[in-house]
Design a protein around this ligand. Sequence first.
Ligand code: IMP
Ligand code: MG
Length: 182
Amino acid sequence: MKNNVKEVLISYDELQKKIKEIGKKITRDYEGKELMLVGVLKGAFMFLGDLAKNIEIPLTIDFMAVSSYGNSTESSGVVRILKDLEGSIEGKDILLVEDIIDTGLTLNYLVNNLKSRGAASVKICTLLDKPERRLINLELAYKGFDIPDEFVVGYGIDFAEGYRNLSDICILKEEAYSHLIK
Ligand code: IMP
Ligand code: MG
């Protein structure tokens, strides 16, 4: 698996350092609120686990799974909910936890969807951001790292369901995926 890695973009240690900082900010900002972390499956599962350990106030956790219509490389903005939240979020302060924001269309849909269910607030916490690719203006309350427009894997993030178990955020060698996208 590691033979297919061109370079480590962000190491596990750098990730942990940044996640500690984000956890401290969230702890401060959500003191006294009814915080619920909503992880966007599957890519955010590792990030959500490490983030939750670094937040020192009571919270609850739920997950959503979504898929966007259209082909696999271009996000269409029309989102299908594959797994929904278990209960009502009325009055809760929702923090959407995402792996990467690319065009922003998926998260824009989710924010509006959750707001319409009566949440007290809906904010975004993303580990990675590709600002060059953004198609829609999104307010990112918490962000780990800006990254260039490269395809990354690891730390929960996949290519064709593989590589999620790498501990670092890595850039793949082109030969590892070129045969699959043609
Ligand atoms: P968008 O912001 O609606 O375009 O979609 C963002 C989603 O696309 C992320 O949650 C990822 O699932 C996926 N994605 C975007 N860039 C990458 C990447 O470099 N590697 C793996 N998945 C990616
Ligand atoms: Mg995702």
